[in-house]
Design a protein around this ligand. Sequence first.
Ligand SMILES: Cc1cc2nc3c(=O)[nH]c(=O)nc-3n(C[C@H](O)[C@H](O)[C@H](O)COP(=O)(O)OP(=O)(O)OC[C@H]3O[C@@H](n4cnc5c(N)ncnc54)[C@H](O)[C@@H]3O)c2cc1C
Length: 382
Amino acid sequence: MNENLPVVIVGGGLAGALAAVRLAQRRPDVPLLLIEAGDAIGGNHTWSFFDSDVPPATRDLIAALQPVRWARHAVRFTTRTREFDAPYNAFGAAALNDLVRATLLPEQLRLETRVKHLAPDHVVLSGGERIAARAVIDARGPQGDVPALELGWQKFVGIEFAATVPDPDRAVVMDASVPQIDGYRFVYVLPMAADRVLVEDTYYADDAALDIDAVSARVREQAAQRGIAGAELRREVGVLPILIGGDPQAFWPAGDPVARLGLAGGFFHATTGYSLRLALRMAEELAGLPGPLDGPQLAAWSRARFLQHWGEMGFFRMLNRMLFRAAAPAERHRIFAHFYRLDEDRIARFYAGESTWGDKLRILSGKPPVSVSAAIKALIGR
Ligand SMILES: Cc1cc2nc3c(=O)[nH]c(=O)nc-3n(C[C@H](O)[C@H](O)[C@H](O)COP(=O)(O)OP(=O)(O)OC[C@H]3O[C@@H](n4cnc5c(N)ncnc54)[C@H](O)[C@@H]3O)c2cc1C
């Protein structure tokens, strides 16, 4: 291996950017190149998280992103409202972009550059330029329809309004008291600053189709009902995969020589579609790997971590199967309302993807929110 060749990370979204920042900080001996098709890092996203989603070793990375922090958060269903004293946080793509620019050398970053071919030891750009690499990491994000995976979808439109709310210190992370349309539906209200509020309308649905104009109109309606009115500052849209089942060996075949991170490598929470925690964990691990960080090393490491993650998500895939296959779309809210009877620590571990056996038993106990026969049929795949 030529030691002058860089680790090339393709995709400057959440996973690729965090990995690049950590590598630049911890392994300055390793040349690095981050290639992003867009004109900035991170696209147009707001990433939100609980404190318990942040691996302790990466707290400095999160602090550098200067997240907005709410002291409290709340959830609401037709049957119950719960207020939690636990904080909630969020940061935007601009903060990720700033962090990358502040950490990487200018020659380590190429924006507005699309890669058309990835190989273990080089990439080819859409203009034909070939860049040799010691290792290539595919962090290109979601890759559209993935036949190897059985998926449901979490899709949403969020609009940020120039407005105020009466309680700017509280995030409403799930208000499912709204009419249930297209699966499990809830509204999210995040006061991003004293004069800006993000309102999002989210659906756990069977298909990925999203009528952005129709959902935007519903966001405005929900905002107005909460007294949130003002100029629209920005809009963000997401269609996130929710994992119900599939074949991990077909998704990522043994011997695939290119390393992967982020959604391209299946590193997301099966039930929420969220990936910040895993992106942080993988960035930290990558930067701590011993040795030269060459192509075979990174490909073997990232695939092994994917298979481990797949194993850890087994329980969550089973819950998703019940959510999507045993509950009629209009009844799915019952499953979440049932889940939110749990104590705070169990809920936090669920979102972190770290439920214990005791948590799993508690999640499944109590009066079932769906019929037992429908649940059994869903679990055995009929
Ligand atoms: C609007 C939105 C909000 C979300 N909110 C949260 C949240 O609150 N918390 C959470 O944990 N998760 C959230 N998610 C889910 C998940 O964390 C994100 O989708 C996350 O951005 C995935 O990270 P990634 O790096 O895999 O992909 P992306 O962040 O999508 O990054 C992939 C990057 O690769 C680039 N790219 C693609 N192809 C090429 C190519 N050929 N050449 C060069 N570059 C290329 C793209 O331009 C993009 O910048 C959200 C997702 C969306 C869409």
